[in-house]
Design a protein around this ligand. Structure first.
Ligand SMILES: *[C@@H]1O[C@H](CO)[C@@H](O)[C@H](O)[C@H]1NC(C)=O
Length: 240
């Protein structure tokens, strides 16, 4: 008996869940194609992101949230983002204090939220795009005999959310996420997650790493030079 009622409950619950998602087209029938490129070479790069949204809904009244998680080997500089914004760049929110000096192994990963308004694209989809400066951090030196002297910092594709004037009715309510509000992250807002896909892999920033095998040589040379200088000074003092 208990088994039967459990089955009934499960069936009813899944029916309710199906009906709910079916009646929230903004989530069920909207998807986002995310494409990225990491431009330039070295430690200071430009990260170009383009998001194409397909939806049966009119996205005119919506704000797009791009939620990035930068790994500890990279960072964005809020001062730079502020400057970029003054030149027409995206609104953004970076909840952490960013230390631009620390090496990778002493740095946290960084959350960054970018807000943009979708524009109609020629093929009937909607589009947002941005290019933001991203920096790679120095990595701790390691033995060149045992490890490659380059590391790849992997920048995952971002998550995408939508906030529209009419959130999509009560049916969408169970699907709502709380994320920081536009334009600058004061308070939490209700967002609907958008299913994303991409034709490309996560972008990689390759940086050189110091070689600890050379450290002994460096130390020995430094010590010899220092000792030599000391002797020279002592000799000079003695003569006087
Ligand atoms: C957005 O895309 C357009 C068209 O490809 C391009 O001209 C523009 O520079 C891009 N803007 C940013 C901020 O990346």
């Amino acid at each position: 008996m208990a088994g039967v009622s459990l089955v009934v409950i499960v069936v009813v619950a899944s029916l309710v869940a199906t009906t709910l998602s079916l009646t929230c087209p903004l989530v069920l029938r909207t998807n986002a194609q995310v494409e990225r490129q990491l431009l330039n070479e070295g430690f200071h790069r430009d990260l170009e992101t383009t998001v194409f949204l397909s939806s049966p809904e009119d996205l005119q009244s919506c704000v797009v949230l791009i939620k990035e998680i930068f790994p500890s080997g990279s960072y964005v500089d809020p001062n730079q983002l502020r400057f970029l914004k003054s030149l027409g760049g995206p609104d953004f929110y970076v909840p952490q204090v960013i230390n631009v000096e620390t090496p990778e192994h002493l740095s946290p990963r960084i959350l960054a939220y970018f807000y943009m308004l979708p524009r109609p694209f020629s093929d009937g989809r909607w589009v947002v795009n941005m290019t933001v400066p991203v920096h790679l951090r120095y990595h701790r030196a390691r033995s060149g005999e045992s490890y490659p002297l380059e590391v790849a910092v992997r920048l995952q594709h971002p998550a995408v959310f939508l906030q529209c004037e009419d959130i999509g009715g009560d049916a969408c309510r169970p699907l709502v996420h709380l994320e920081p509000c536009p334009p600058n992250g004061m308070q939490q807002c209700e967002w609907l997650p958008v299913h994303t896909f991409s034709t490309s892999e996560a972008v990689l920033g390759v940086v050189p790493v110091g070689n600890t095998d050379l450290l002994d040589t460096v130390l020995l040379t430094t010590t010899c030079i220092t000792a030599g200088a000391m002797l020279l000074i002592l000799a000079t003092l003695r003569k006087k």
